[in-house]
Design a protein around this ligand. Sequence first.
Ligand code: URA
Length: 226
Amino acid sequence: MERVQKIMAEAGIASRRKCEELIKEGRVKINYAIVKLGDTASFSDKITVDGKLIKKEEKVYIMLNKPVGYVTTVSEQHGMKTVMRLIKVKERLFPVGRLDKNTEGLLLITNDGELSNRLMHPSKEVWKKYEVWLSKPFKSLEKIKKGIVIDRVKVQPRIKSIRGKTVVLEIHEGRKHIVRKMFGNMGYNVTKLRRTQIGPLKLGKLGKGTWRYLKKYELKGLMFKR
Ligand code: URA
């Protein structure tokens, strides 16, 4: 048994909070009886909103090659375009984690809250790979190897390659602006940033601004990630 608002949100009706409002407004019924906030039910119950039966929504998993200029929120605020504009599907989806407006590359988009929580949980943060372009050649290998302290927490990336002004690295955490802050701390400006991998999931040759559904083996890889 689950709270009715949780079942409604999973069915793609609206966010959990919005669903609570619908319940408070008396618009939700189970087997013809009006639901009260706090009531529980299961998917086999006949739950209706404004008389319309709700159905469990299929789980959807999408990878997007995010272009620069889009924010990774669901609703548009302050006139900023969100990545959700680039994906036209009937399900209510959300991005897993965040990328800065001026970061491009791999973004996972889904309606699977459980997988999202699992991938984002601090104790289970997966390794993410980034290509970093700098304003000058990178010459601080020893420093970065020792780890860079950002807001009193040490970040220890895995350096994959260094070629002049470009660095490829993997990082195990998801704090806001973490890559830019790390290089800023060492005296470098990041001029371009692209994420190419999340755990076992690779961006590959997906065109900028385009998306595709994950393949079965890709999803399995993410599901069984630790
Ligand atoms: N680190 C950043 O600084 N920005 C991103 O978008 C992702 C990681």
